[in-house]
Structure formats: C-alpha cells, structure tokens
Design a protein around this ligand. Structure first.
Ligand SMILES: [Zn+2]
Length: 127
C-alpha cells in the first residue's frame, strides 16, 4: 500500500469552549494540515496521483474556505471549534472527492496541527 501526503497551511482564528464552560478569548493560529491518501496500485505514470492534483483539491475544497476565517463563524463548528472538529470536517469534505480521483484511492487520514507541538489525526480506518 502506498501512502501519499501533501502538507499545507492556513491562518484562522477560533475560541474554544472549555470544560468549565468558559470560552477562550478569540485567537489565531497558523494551522498545518497533512492530507494522506492511500492506494495499492499506481497509475500509468507510476504515481498514486500527481502531488499537484491533491494540492489543488485541498486548496479548492478546504483552504479557500478556512484561510483567514473565524472558525467559530462557520456553521460546521458551532458545537465547538476544536482542532478535533476541524480535522473531522476536513476529512468529511475530502473523503468523497479523493475517492473519485481514481479507482482504488482512498482518503487515509487528516492530521491538523493547531500549534507546533499539538495535532489531531482523524481517520475512519482501523489501523
Ligand atoms: Zn487555539
């Protein structure tokens, strides 16, 4: 199985509701995103896909919506704009378009870094 990853970054603000019910003050992060797709087979060019193709998909479907945004203002994150919620949303947005890139390609995982030392990986795969 091949795993192909592309990394990207976006800037967005959020305020997380904490366990005690308090809201953090609104603050920004330079989020780092890793999208990982998997395929057992390669195409006629010996690629899973062209890196640029996955970068464009991520840019069009994710970065264009999240970059320079207030995540709390996006309906999908009304519950709580946590790194977990954003990572799952990105996964859900990309899952179907990635599967349509070519037969046998699947979205493996999405890893979202909120800070240099804090990240969440979301996947529906059992590994
Ligand atoms: Zn934060």
């Amino acid at each position: 199985m091949y795993q192909l990853k592309v990394k990207s970054t976006f800037s967005a603000a959020h305020a997380v509701r904490l366990k005690n019910g308090c809201m953090e003050p609104l603050h920004g992060h330079n989020w780092k995103l890793t999208v990982c797709i998997a395929s057992a087979a390669l195409d006629e060019c010996a690629m899973v896909v062209d890196f640029e193709e996955l970068k464009k998909l991520t840019n069009d479907l994710i970065l264009n919506k999240l970059d320079h945004s207030d995540l709390n203002a996006i309906p999908a994150f009304k519950g709580n704009a946590t790194c977990e919620a954003v990572a799952k949303w990105i996964y859900d947005e990309l899952e179907s378009p990635v599967a349509k890139m070519r037969d046998g390609i699947n979205l493996e995982s999405v890893t979202l870094w909120e800070a240099q030392d804090c990240c969440v990986t979301y996947s529906t795969k059992n590994n």
